[in-house]
Ligand binder design. Structure first.
Ligand code: ADP
Length: 518
């Protein structure tokens, strides 16, 4: 027989490999997509951070330059006698200036002129402000310039400009800024930024100028003031960065969870498919065996019936006793055939779920007694000792007599088939804890533990059946189990290989029809 493509081992293997490969591809793609998306989100966060900080730095620079403009406008270089006045006015205005210096282009301080009173101020100024370092010849008049020095020189910060007086002389005016006031000014400018960011200003050696240096965490960014406080850096970290990281972490974990979940589900489905296919193959095999077994079961009695009926019809058998024996054989074999056919028809009905139930109040002990009377002769003729223990009186229960008879017959038939040399069968019916227990015990071959569950599966035949080459179709116990369940009961098996088996059909005692509450 040609196997369907679906069960073809190669086709199944190809399908499994295709599923595994596509799963792996999908997993890799979704992983890349997830990680890629996370990076995009992260990048855009970082970019918007950078943009914001750059804008802030520009804004501060612009403010300083505006500040310079006001200073330059106030510094009139025409009248040297008014420089002191100019200096006082600028210092008074809230523009952060400590001292205004007027110098010639070669670096000579024109104002304030040296005196012992300002000796230190003078020395500190000339130490930091060295005209030869400034490239003055390249400077245009009225152009804004800044000098910023490192920590060693107390972060000297000054704004300077070249101005021309009416006589055409070039005067270098330097506005030495007060460190504390500069920081206060910066603080004021950074106030808005601080509401959303941790902000700090540090020098090039990462010494905190305004606030301690910040940890270089994920969303950390630092930016240089390009032309004003060019020895300093502005550092920022979003205030909710730990929250952002937490959200990103949770998102990442959720994504991974879903990826792992879907992979596991796919693999689980593969395992289920694998077992389903295997089961299906076994079932196909079992069905094939079943057809073989049934045909064989029908052929043997049919052959006997034909043979003896032919002998009888020739009229050659004169002996009445022999005739009677042949008639008995024909009767026995036709009975066997009709039982088998009934069994098959009932099984087919159970399979279709179309069995007709006819529940009525019956005494199971009476039913068993009747059946035993029918078969006792035959069983004992085969050399069996048949013992029956039927409890009397036994309560009646609602049951379907036809299907119970069928189930009992299958158990009895099996105990005969699988007994071999120890030919003793005990049938008992007792009331046990709300149930009627119908047991059939033999002392035959027994059933290995590993098979004790499977023997109730349809078409399954145990290893002892193969050993004995017994007739059978593998549906007897499946029918019995079905009958038990249909009554709300069960079938139990106790068996030890070599020591016999006991099958017990447990039927609950019910007085009202199933489904109607008492
Ligand atoms: P069949 O007897 O036609 O093979 P059943 O469904 O009646 O099918 O039984 C299934 C299998 O259970 C049998 O093939 C046999 O191996 C095992 N079995 C059933 N009853 C007995 C028994 N009384 N003793 C030993 N084995 C049994």
């Amino acid at each position: 027989m040609k196997k369907p493509v679906f069960y073809n081992r190669t086709a199944v293997m190809i399908a499994i490999v295709a599923i595994v490969v596509s799963t792996a591809t999908l997993t890799i793609l979704s992983y890349k997509y997830t990680v890629g998306r996370e990076n995009v989100v992260e990048d855009s966060l970082i970019r918007s951070n950078v943009k914001l900080v750059e804008r802030e730095v520009d804004r501060i620079e612009q403010k300083i330059i505006d500040n310079d403009r006001s200073l330059y406008n106030m510094a009139d270089v025409n009248d040297q006698s008014r420089w002191r006045e100019v200096n006082d006015a600028i210092k008074k205005a809230d523009l952060g200036v400590d001292q205004v210096w007027f110098l010639s282009l070669n670096g000579n301080v024109l104002y304030p002129s040296w005196s012992p009173g300002i000796k230190d101020l003078h020395a500190a100024f000339t130490r930091s402000f060295k005209t030869r370092e400034l490239n003055l010849d390249r400077l245009h008049p009225d152009e804004t310039n800044h000098l910023h020095k490192e920590r060693r020189e107390d972060y000297f910060f000054a704004s300077y400009v070249i101005k021309e007086n009416r006589r055409g002389e070039k005067i270098l005016v330097c506005f030495q800024m007060n460190h504390g006031r500069v920081l206060a000014l910066l603080d004021r400018y950074l106030k808005d930024l601080r509401s959303v960011y941790y902000v700090s200003v540090v020098d090039y050696e990462n010494n905190g100028v305004s606030g301690p240096p910040l940890d270089r965490v994920k969303y950390f960014h630092e930016s240089r003031f390009p032309s004003t406080f060019y020895k300093w850096l502005l550092q920022v970290v979003p205030r909710n960065y730990s929250e952002m990281e937490r959200v990103a972490r949770v998102q990442r974990r959720t994504n991974f969870f879903f990826i792992i979940m879907s992979i596991s589900l796919i693999f689980l489905s593969l395992v289920i498919i694998y077992f389903a296919v295997r089961r299906e193959r076994q079932l196909i095999q079992l069905k094939a065996d079943f057809i073989g077994n049934v045909s064989h079961e029908l052929k043997t009695p049919l052959a006997l019936i034909r043979m003896f009926s032919e002998i009888l019809t020739t009229g050659r058998v004169k002996n009445d006793e022999s005739k009677l024996e042949y008639y008995r054989i024909i009767h026995k074999e036709s009975d066997r055939m009709s039982r088998l056919i009934n069994n098959l028809l009932d099984f087919a009905r159970l399979e279709r779920g179309a069995q007709t139930r006819h529940f009525e109040k019956i005494n199971i002990a009476d039913l068993v007694k009747r059946e035993l009377e029918t078969y006792r002769y035959q069983i004992q003729k085969d050399g069996f000792q048949l013992v029956s223990r039927l409890e009397d009186p036994l309560p009646e229960t609602l049951a379907d007599a036809h299907s119970l008879t069928l189930a009992f017959f299958n158990l009895l038939d099996n105990s005969v088939k699988y007994s071999e040399d120890h030919k003793q069968i005990t049938v008992s019916v007792i009331k046990n804890d709300g149930y009627i227990d119908l047991s059939v015990a033999d002392q035959g071959l027994g059933i290995p533990g590993s098979e004790q569950q499977r023997i109730f599966e349809k078409f399954y035949r145990g290893s002892n059946a193969a050993v004995l080459k017994t007739r059978g179709s593998g549906i007897g116990l499946a029918i019995t189990k079905h009958v038990a369940e249909m009554h709300g009961g069960e079938v139990l098996v106790e068996s030890e290989p070599g020591h016999g088996s006991t099958f017990t059909l447990r039927i609950p005692i019910r007085e009202v029809p199933a489904g109607v509450s008492a």
